[in-house]
Write a protein that binds this ligand. Sequence first.
Ligand SMILES: NC(=O)c1ccc[n+]([C@@H]2O[C@H](COP(=O)([O-])OP(=O)(O)OC[C@H]3O[C@@H](n4cnc5c(N)ncnc54)[C@H](O)[C@@H]3O)[C@@H](O)[C@H]2O)c1
Length: 399
Amino acid sequence: MSSIAEVGAAVIGTGFIGTVHVEALRRIGVQVRGVLGSTPERGQARATALGVAHAYPSLDALLDDPGVDVVHVTSPNDLHVPQATAILAAGKHVVCEKPLAMTATESAELVQLAAQTGLVNATNFNIRYYPLNQHAHEMIAGGGLGEIRLVTGRYFQDWLLLETDWNWRLQPDRGGALRAVGDIGSHWLDLMTFVTGQHVSEVMAELSTFIGTRQEPTGPVETFSTDRSAEAVEREISTEDTASILLRFDGGARGAVSISQISPGRKNSLVYEIDGSQGAWAWDSEQPDQAWAGHRERPNEILIRNPALMGASGQAASALPAGHVEGFFDTFCAHFRAVYADVVAGGPSSWPGYPTFADGHDEMLVGDAIGQSAREGRWIEVDRIGIATTAEPVTPGLV
Ligand SMILES: NC(=O)c1ccc[n+]([C@@H]2O[C@H](COP(=O)([O-])OP(=O)(O)OC[C@H]3O[C@@H](n4cnc5c(N)ncnc54)[C@H](O)[C@@H]3O)[C@@H](O)[C@H]2O)c1
């Protein structure tokens, strides 16, 4: 294959994020050959609404299409592993949504299978691809903040605030044993590993369920939807609404993060601050085109995303000049451009710059430690059992 225009893709799942995948693929020039919905009828209705030519009647039919080189998995969490396994077995590259799996045992097997097949594999930790996060990664790797000491922040949303709010994520057999941590905490934790270059090595966590009983509507519910049917049944809830987690990183940094899906007014607020010996850096996903740089002996700065003022990684993730605001959609384009460069090359490069299945598995291991720590009320070490993650080699000299 010599160009991205020759690559065919298909998207499994046609909900909130499946739609974003379809649009982003089109923007970077990939042909979206078709989608697979939960039923042939729903898939056809969504294909029509999105202007996609084809709705596959089944996963087998999708995998039989010789024009599909890459499959994006955007279905609920419990389907990620079986679908990604079938895609790899069919010889197709795969981009899978987070969390990669329901358990770390499953994600370890998926990492191994992907390595055996030699196919491109990516976990969609798209938040890395805000240009200022790419820039921060490069700047910190180059020593721009000195020694990294403290990593703090939050990921807050409010869409599960009410007992009438419902989604498949509330069912552990669909979403996993961890809910707020797996759904949004995984993004924050992956982002901090990417930006600081340090992995979480130990955790001390408290998980809290404030809404112990919720009303499940008898009809289907779209993610983030506020429409409610009149009829509902009561469901006991076992997964966490909030998490408070102390962190130790393998490079010596310490940290703390709060995660919540019940914080009134916070729609999708991922915030972090990294304090180093020579400076600090802070970013907020609801103001993604600017970052704060903190100094002790000179005035603090606001960097407005600007390809002319950022390192090579920040420039590569930027599509527009400064002042032309970029956002959530654009991160998918930047991420997929990086992934599809390997697809065009025929396989993963030795240091893929994008998050792979190994990175998705690493977040599953951190999640396991968080769950165990909350159950046992003590610090727990993250149990890494021999699978290397794909941190890039350090780029020296960039500040
Ligand atoms: N990276 C991000 O920023 C981000 C944001 C939101 C969601 N996600 C992830 O994306 C996934 C989907 O989340 P969502 O918010 O889009 O959920 P959603 O409920 O809006 O969409 C899920 C879709 O999958 C479909 N589906 C169900 N069973 C299926 C099957 N057997 N085959 C094919 N399709 C099937 C549903 O009909 C629905 O259209 C989750 O894993 C979630 O964690 C990631």
